[in-house]
Ligand binder design. Structure first.
Ligand code: ZN
Length: 237
């Protein structure tokens, strides 16, 4: 197994877009994986391909290093979960304190499937944009969960996978800062234009922070992070 390859869990959202570039800077061979699980913001699945195609224009290393994309059909997730992410119903906080966009254990499943693909492709690193700073309370995004899963995957496959979580300690403002550090304004512009975070899949209005409904939890996180980053950048500049 090579030490240099990475498989990036790339949803087409802001976080995974930054993770993809983070991986391209470090690893000579980078592939991407996405999951189609009947999510109602299917627009993410469309923007992820457009983002990949345009990436080399903003970040030239991608031309040499970005390899193939894998899209796995996980429609079964829609069948076993009852959430606002896959059903057409309002996004709200549930009694457990988690938003009802929560698909229980989703990241456990995603990373396990990603490891199976990485095993077949001879890729050592799994890169995911999970974050415990402003992660909406999802327990499968926590550092302890990811570390435990890395151990379980390595025991279960007799491998030495490394799960990289470059955004674990970064909030959304710091994630914009990382994008700027990695690829400058061309990369920030690409992420603004061609990544997608909105839970409702709304791309009708272009805000200063990108496209979205502007009201769902994902849009609120993205907008407030962008404005905090802009305010900080203004102070520094
Ligand atoms: Zn939205």
């Amino acid at each position: 197994m090579t030490d240099t390859g990475a498989l990036v869990l790339f949803s087409g959202g802001q976080d995974s877009a930054v993770c993809l570039v983070w991986a391209l800077e470090r690893f000579s061979r980078v592939e991407t994986i996405g999951f189609d699980y009947g999510q109602r913001h299917r627009v993410e699945l469309e923007v992820r391909l457009a983002f990949r195609e345009r990436l080399a224009g903003a970040y030239p290393l991608a031309a040499d290093r970005l390899g193939q994309d894998h899209l796995l059909d996980l429609g079964v997730l829609g069948a076993i979960s009852d959430t606002a992410l896959t059903d057409d119903r309002a996004i709200e906080m549930s009694a457990s304190g988690l938003p009802n966009t929560f698909v229980p254990g989703r990241n456990l499943l995603f990373l396990t499937f990603a490891a199976a693909v990485a095993y077949r492709r001879g890729l050592k690193h799994l890169v995911t944009g999970v974050c415990e700073t402003d992660y909406s309370g999802y327990p499968d995004c926590r550092d302890d969960t990811i570390k435990a899963l890395q151990v379980a995957i390595n025991l279960g496959t007799e491998s030495r996978f490394v799960i990289d979580t470059p955004l674990m300690r970064r909030d959304k403002a710091a994630t914009w800062g990382l994008a700027m550090a990695l690829g400058g304004q061309p990369l920030v512009d690409l992420i603004l234009e061609d990544s997608h975070s909105c839970y409702r899949g709304d791309r009708t209005v272009r805000h200063d922070w990108g496209y979205g409904c502007g009201a769902c939890p994902a849009c609120e996180l993205r907008a407030s992070g962008y404005r905090r980053w802009q305010a900080t950048a203004g102070e520094q500049g």
